[in-house]
Design a protein around this ligand. Structure first.
Ligand code: GLN
Ligand code: ZN
Length: 757
């Protein structure tokens, strides 16, 4: 058995090339298929993965997950919160319990979900308390390892989240004392990992991969010391596989030096996000006798690698480390399976793309080239790529326009001036009521859209159907007595894809699905060239809605940062430049909406916080371009046009200055679940424009009472004066049903009217 890693990936997509897992999970949850049927689909997906990875020198196992790889460790440690075990008896199967923590039960809400680093993947946040018990579960990574061995794989490497990152990504369990930190349970968790490593050694695993990516975030001395302690202990085990500690999504900083001083045999680094890391490696003496797994192929974007550059980056490390291996920068979980199935894509774009399968081929080739035997092959591949792959589509007019942007283009008149002009024009009451944009997407609406996309429903019929829906939604809002209306977004499948579908510079795939969480997948558009907006996108729908009512109807756009965050974005120019191109496209749309008589325009930036880099030191540079792009999009609006923005979260302490910096006239935010806490933060920095803290938690099907909403409004009024306070739900209503939405909006409007009196 080889002890060399050679070429590898840190992880692989697991939903199946045709979303087989999604379908199998949903059938199982709906009671339409048995656990055995689900397990058979999962086994097929794993077998497919092993075939896809066969060309690599070392392949990870255990990267398959029924729902989430962090939840897998929760199950592995048997650290399931007590609410899922009501009588402390083990009823049901391990799989049932696993789905219970992910999806909740009638009596127990699911574990919280949160973003995995700065990606659009969500993990289930472990809940760890002083009393959490840890023990090795019956089903462990041994299972998938031996399955791979039985399938003839001789170089399998079990991979899982490491003990320190697991605890750093956890939150204190309900009822834990104020000062409790999950990391204080490290010794108990490491004890279970010790047992696991011994079992893996017993079945013959040469390597184990432990992902410690939490160290690409800023970490305290105590946390670094925890890392040292954990790996000194695991390193000291006599019966164990070689340990590869992987860090992805950024620069592990001082954690690299800590690991280098332990007895672990290998370290994997993300040299795509942090190319400078390569220069530091030579100075870390402890790496001289370790394996360095160089992540030079981008695991989270879809572009073909510049192979000669990747090779020279790896080769520059020769001599500084013991063994050298080539890898993806992170798990390939974030990219779709296969470019070759995308037959409808423009071949000039396809030629530039590499999804998971193509990336594996690149890595295998780099691995061979590194050992010389593949260098002719590499030369051929490089010259093939050069002839096949075009460059990004250039649009000189767009480039000239971005180059000519001046600071003034990102600046509107003073807010005092604007707010006076808007108040005169709009004449809205204090505590104005509105919604965030979408109304429930009924199956009728979705079917009409699907039929239209498939060509079964002609343009005129489709327009008539959507207009009918808009009429219904406007009438409902008028009856409810809302002050600022929306058209309801029935024509939008998704807030980013809708725009990507019409803007030059974007392509959309047919099977390019990636997992967002559990069975939920998204198909990010590919932003491959210069972006422009040759014609209006939303103006017809907006003006139709406005023609139906004397009340203002908000124009509804998705902001530049969110469009970038939820797309695969070209990497041949700074993100800020690409964001400015998108911003100018939106700026044109705003101008056209104004021209058509729309008085209020909302520019959603749901993902502003999501793209924050893992390290604080990088936040400033990010927020500069992100805020700058939003301001470029909105900076041309007249003083009399009220610009709203909507942000999809309540913990925005980290971006609070940026939110102020957006300079929107009104900001709506999530607040119902945190009971308006966010308002105090905003007021503390002197935010002085309109704000609409959500008073209705749309994440739950519960219908809140009028009293409950009134209490939240009262809370909000203590922090914000009535003339700047807006009353609205937490987010769009598209995932809810009318049966909940109508009474809740009714209660919301009544509570606002009552507060006004
Ligand atoms: N306007 C969008 C909607 O209401 C906003 C959604 C979001 O922020 N996620 O659906
Ligand atoms: Zn939202």
């Amino acid at each position: 058995m080889s002890r060399q890693i050679g070429s590898t990936v840190l992880g692989y997509p697991r939903i199946g090339p045709r979303r087989e897992l999604k379908k199998a999970l949903e059938a199982h949850w709906a009671g339409k298929s048995s656990a055995e049927e689900l397990e058979a689909v999962a086994a097929d997906i794993r077998a497919g993965t092993r075939r896809d990875l066969a060309g690599l020198d070392s392949q990870p196992t255990g990267t398959f997950s029924y729902y989430d790889h962090v939840a897998d460790v929760t199950a592995l440690l048997d650290a399931v919160p007590p609410r899922f075990r009501p009588h402390d008896t083990r009823e049901g199967t391990a799989l049932q319990e696993y789905f219970a923590i992910a999806r909740g039960t009638r009596s127990a809400p699911p574990m919280e979900m949160t973003k995995w680093f700065d990606t659009n993947y969500h993990y289930l946040v472990p809940e760890i308390g002083p009393d959490t018990t840890f023990r090795l579960a019956e089903r462990t990574p041994v299972e998938h390892y031996t399955e791979a061995v039985a399938d003839g794989v001789t170089n399998a490497r079990p991979a899982l989240v490491g003990p320190v990152s697991y605890l750093l990504l956890a939150k204190p369990a309900d009822g834990a004392p104020e000062s409790f930190e999950p990391l204080s349970r490290l010794d108990d968790v490491v004890a279970v990992y010790e047992q696991l490593l011994a079992e893996l050694a017993d079945v013959g695993a040469a390597w184990v991969q432990l992902d410690e990516s939490a160290f690409v975030q800023d970490r305290s001395e105590a946390e670094l010391d925890a890392l040292r302690r954990a790996y000194e202990r695991l390193g000291a085990l006599r019966n164990r596989p070689s340990i590869l500690v992987a860090s992805a999504y950024g620069d592990p900083g001082p954690a690299l030096d800590v690991l280098a001083r332990t007895d672990v045999e290998g370290v994997a680094l993300d040299l795509v996000t942090s190319p400078d890391l390569a220069d530091r490696v030579a100075g870390v003496t402890g790496l001289r006798d370790k394996t360095l797994v160089a992540g030079v192929v981008d695991g989270r974007n879809v572009w073909r690698s510049d192979l000669p550059r990747a090779l020279s980056r790896v080769a520059s490390l020769l001599g500084s480390v013991g063994e050298l291996a080539v890898s993806s920068s992170c798990s390939l979980l974030h990219v779709p399976y296969d470019v070759s199935v995308e037959t409808a894509l423009d071949p000039a774009v396809t030629a530039r793309l590499a999804f998971a399968r193509e990336k594996v081929a690149e890595i295998a080739l780099l691995g061979r080239a590194l050992t010389q035997e593949g260098s002719d092959e590499l030369r051929r591949a490089v010259s093939d790529a050069a002839t096949a792959g075009g460059a990004s589509v250039r649009d000189e007019a767009v480039r000239a326009r971005v180059a000519a942007v001046e600071p003034g283009d990102r600046t509107r008149a003073d807010y005092q001036v604007r707010s006076k002009a808007q108040a005169d024009r709009l004449g809205l009451p204090d505590l104005a009521t509105t919604t965030i944009g979408s109304f429930p997407q009924t199956s009728d609406v979705r079917k009409a859209r699907a039929d239209h996309a498939a060509g079964r429903l002609g343009e005129a019929d489709y327009t008539a159907r959507m207009r009918g829906e808009i009429e219904r939604v406007i009438e409902l809002q008028e009856n409810l007595g809302l002050d600022v209306l929306v058209h309801g977004e029935p024509e939008r499948n998704d807030m980013v894809q809708y725009f990507a579908d019409t803007l030059p510079g974007f392509a959309t795939t047919s099977l390019g699905w990636v997992q967002s969480y559990g069975s939920r997948c998204v198909r990010p558009p590919i932003l491959h060239g210069d972006v422009s907006r040759p014609e209006p996108i939303t103006v017809d729908w907006a003006t139709y809605a406005q023609s139906l009512t004397p009340k203002p109807v908000k124009g509804m756009l998705t902001g530049p940062v969110t469009i970038l965050a939820w797309s695969f974005v070209r990497d041949d120019q700074p993100l800020g430049t690409t964001a400015d191109q998108v911003a100018l496209a939106l700026r044109d749309e705003i101008a056209d909406l104004e021209q058509a008589g729309i008085e209020i325009i909302q520019v959603d930036e749901a993902a502003l916080r999501e793209l924050l880099p893992p390290r604080r030191a990088d936040w400033g540079a990010y927020l500069d371009w992100a805020v700058g792009a939003f301001r470029l999009a909105t900076g041309g609006a007249a003083d009399t046009t009220q610009i709203h923005t909507h942000l999809c979260y309540s913990e925005f302490g980290d971006v609070i200055d940026a939110i102020d910096g957006l300079d929107a006239d009104v900001t709506t935010i999530e607040a119902a679940r945190s009971r308006m806490e966010v308002l105090a933060d905003l007021e503390a920095i002197g935010y002085s424009r309109g704000v609409g803290p959500g008073v209705y938690d749309i994440h739950s099907p519960r219908v809140p009472s009028r009293e409950e909403i009134a209490a939240l409004i009262a809370e909000a009024r203590r922090a914000v004066p009535d003339d700047r306070l807006w009353i609205n739900p937490d987010c769009g209503l598209k995932t809810r049903g009318y049966a909940e939405v109508e009474p809740t909006l009714q209660a919301m409007v009544e509570a606002a009217q009552e507060a006004r009196r």
